[in-house]
Design a protein around this ligand. Structure first.
Ligand code: ZN
Length: 121
């Protein structure tokens, strides 16, 4: 009788706890894809790593307008970089290819890199 009375009090409490746990699990599962749908940037430390790759090339300066996002399991990077305006297209292309290669080494071979090149000011 007494035990039966206790259980009736515990039941709603238990269902609140279980309910909260289910909401938490559902949120944890949905959270990463929600970020993707809303075009969320990559974490700050990853963006810093990308900038450090740019800074490791002395020929380029002032990387700006950095935009990053996750597309499924891939990473997409867009950035503006400045280089010597007197460079030939051959040299500029070679340099940007080396930068792309280095970014892919760090962030995965599937990484999509789009670089906008500007002459140094
Ligand atoms: Zn620019």
């Amino acid at each position: 009788m007494l035990l039966g009375g206790r259980w009736t009090v515990l039941d709603p409490l238990a269902s609140i706890v279980v309910g909260a746990m289910l909401v938490k699990v559902a949120w944890d599962i949905m959270r990463p894809s929600l970020g993707e749908l809303t075009d969320e940037s990559l974490p700050a430390n990853t963006e810093e790593e990308i900038l450090s790759v740019f800074h490791s090339f002395p020929q380029i300066s002032e990387p700006h307008n950095l935009r990053t996002r996750r597309i499924g399991s891939r990473v997409a990077i867009e950035a503006h970089i400045r280089m010597d305006g007197a460079m030939t297209l051959l040299e500029a292309h070679d340099l940007s290819s080396r930068i792309e290669k280095k970014l892919k080494e760090r962030l995965g071979p599937q990484t999509i890199v789009t670089l906008h090149m500007e002459p140094k000011k």
